[in-house]
Design a protein around this ligand. Sequence first.
Ligand SMILES: [Zn+2]
Length: 403
Amino acid sequence: MGQAWGVADPDSTLITGIGELVTNDGENGAYAALTDAALVISGGRIGWTGRAARAPAADAVVDVAGRAVLPGFADSHAHLVFAGERSAEFAARMAGRPYRAGGILVTVEATRAAPDAVLRANLRRLAAEMLGQGTTTFECKSGYGLTVPDEARGLVLAAEVTPEVTYLGAHVVPPEFAADPAGYLDLVCGPMLAACAPHARWIDVFCEDGAFGADEAAAVLAAGRAAGLAARVHANQLGPGPGVQVAAQAGAASADHCTFLTDADVDALASTPVVATLLPGAEFGCRQPFPDARRLLDAGVTLALATDCNPGSSFTSSMPFCIALAVREMRMTTEEAVWAATAGGARALRRDDIGHLGVGARADLILLDAPSHAYLAYRPGVPLITAVWQAGRLVAGSPPSVP
Ligand SMILES: [Zn+2]
């Protein structure tokens, strides 16, 4: 802290009067925060952070009057390319019917039938909803097309709104391949991958009973790797299974869900760089037991929090909601939950330019209408995100005006 960055930049902004500034620039990127703080945005990046009393001059000044400033949220798991909705299924589930992965096929049918304009409008609405709630980076998967052209168009649309695009042809086996799952796997790893790889950074597979087994998942990830896509895995959501081990063996960036883990799974996560991305919106939406975050943290596993935003199991786009669940239901501390929703998400996306507010980081930050990050869990359901900057530009809300 205290170094200058781009001091000659003509468009620098000083944000001062910060009651609590969460920087996540502790040792090895650990959670860290300053009080009575200020920061300078310069050239779209963080130019300086430190005590407000020592802040350098800047071209513009914003005094936030004791409010908290945090890094923008990095939501590393979302399914936003879809049509239709499934509120009736949710209501039935809340009335006692268990969730089955096959429910995905309802959305597949609606998505295939939807024109591009409908998919694009829904995607943009959800992306704007995320931004307004402080999410400045999000990942977006395909997986509701499950034909070569429908998967490819899902990725083309996703790439319009985020660079973190994930090919999820291996979401479920579509009905037309019900009698020939091996044939579908060949399609996913062959012509569908060839059509999708140019539009994606990541490949994902739903490794679960009712979806894809260990050998199939490993084959999908290997094919993706050969096509230049890095791996992520839907793992151990609905019951114990091989997903985490598949992720570890494939060198995946992240194993997502991690709700039902053996000791060997926890060891695999602790001894490899695989991030465990917890998606408490899914457990909330399916009334399932939450993942044991404390067990993972105590073992030294790196955790991310993400929304899993999708119309079936978790139709929330709100990272503050996920933070509140993580604190209340998963016994994460408020600091751990905020770190997992920012720096943890960045690690799950292998990004070092976001998720923290160290000097040189992209100036993605949020202003809370509250004095502390803890309010995100302390005042659940209250819209506390009052302004959002992305790469130094104010993109949602408005900061307090300087008198
Ligand atoms: Zn998912």
